[in-house]
Design a protein around this ligand. Structure first.
Ligand SMILES: Cc1cc2nc3c(=O)[nH]c(=O)nc-3n(C[C@H](O)[C@H](O)[C@H](O)COP(=O)(O)OP(=O)(O)OC[C@H]3O[C@@H](n4cnc5c(N)ncnc54)[C@H](O)[C@@H]3O)c2cc1C
Length: 235
């Protein structure tokens, strides 16, 4: 089998394996790509660089071309008529990493990496308990709860919810940012979301520059009202 392209998910394992395989095979690798094109026998990939400030298009010569793809960046395709050969390989049992502890997320909490909708809260929430405003909307809308680093650093919410340069990179269909200013490090984790709604009381907040819909106002009024609307629309 001589594959032209080998793709990995942009997960911890994928990001670890892809460059190792590329080094072994002496071929190129593009990491964290958000779109791919196969032209004239070469793979070109678009990836964000400098914390999402610009996009770079990179071309990989040689085969197989290897890439890790950003979670949720590609829609699921309808299954075609082809039949892929599935090869089961035994993974080596002994790894150099040891599992010390497994933390299970709270019941009913969706992971932000996989979620189609994310409702994120920032320092504008004022205190830990007020994450309930974000959770209520997220649960009503079947979304996951995201957070800015300021709230994680303050201990209001666990790091697994952090979106951004030092958190997770997400590309949901809908990203609702409430009380988040829109620092470049936060944008690096969510600017590839398909639709962005920002709620902020400061009309000059940088988050509005990338928002598809901006709501200037108090999140403590807007979030509960939105939650009620969503609940009412479901009945
Ligand atoms: C190396 C490095 C890595 C980083 N990595 C990350 C990262 O991964 N993710 C990340 O998020 N940040 C990251 N940061 C931090 C980043 O620079 C910002 O400090 C952080 O994102 C700010 O969080 P925030 O928007 O919640 O808070 P703030 O910047 O304080 O913004 C709070 C916002 O809430 C609004 N607000 C206040 N009250 C209300 C209200 N009642 N209703 C509506 N709006 C209200 C305010 O107008 C303000 O815009 C990183 C920084 C560094 C240096």
């Amino acid at each position: 089998m001589q594959p032209s392209i080998v793709l990995f998910g942009g997960t911890s394992n994928g990001r670890d394996l892809a460059p190792r395989l590329a080094a072994r095979l002496d071929v190129g690798v593009a990491s964290d790509v958000s779109s791919l094109e196969w032209t004239n026998g070469k793979l070109s990939a678009r990836r964000s660089v400098y914390s999402g400030k610009v996009f770079a298009t990179v071309e990989i010569s040689g085969t197989p071309a290897i890439a890790t793809v950003r979670p949720n960046a590609f829609p699921a395709e309808e299954a075609g008529g082809g039949a892929a050969e599935v090869v089961q390989l035994a993974a080596p049992a002994e790894g150099k990493a040891k599992l010390l502890e497994t933390k299970v997320p709270e019941a009913g909490e969706l992971s932000i990496s996989e979620a189609d909708i994310i409702v994120s809260g920032g320092r504008g929430l004022k205190e830990a308990q007020n994450f309930s405003y974000v959770r209520d909307l997220a649960h009503a809308i079947n979304g996951a709860v995201g957070a800015s680093r300021a709230t994680v650093d303050a201990g209001w919410i666990d790091h697994q919810h952090q979106v951004g340069q030092t958190g997770r990179v997400v590309s949901p269909n809908l990203y609702i940012a409430a009380g988040i200013s829109g620092a470049i490090q936060h944008l690096a984790g969510m600017s590839s979301s398909k639709h962005i709604v920002a709620i902020n009381k400061d009309p000059e907040a940088p988050i509005f520059r990338i928002a598809d819909l901006g709501v200037v106002g108090d999140l403590f009024t807007i979030l509960p009202a939105l939650t009620e609307e969503v609940k009412a629309a479901k009945h």
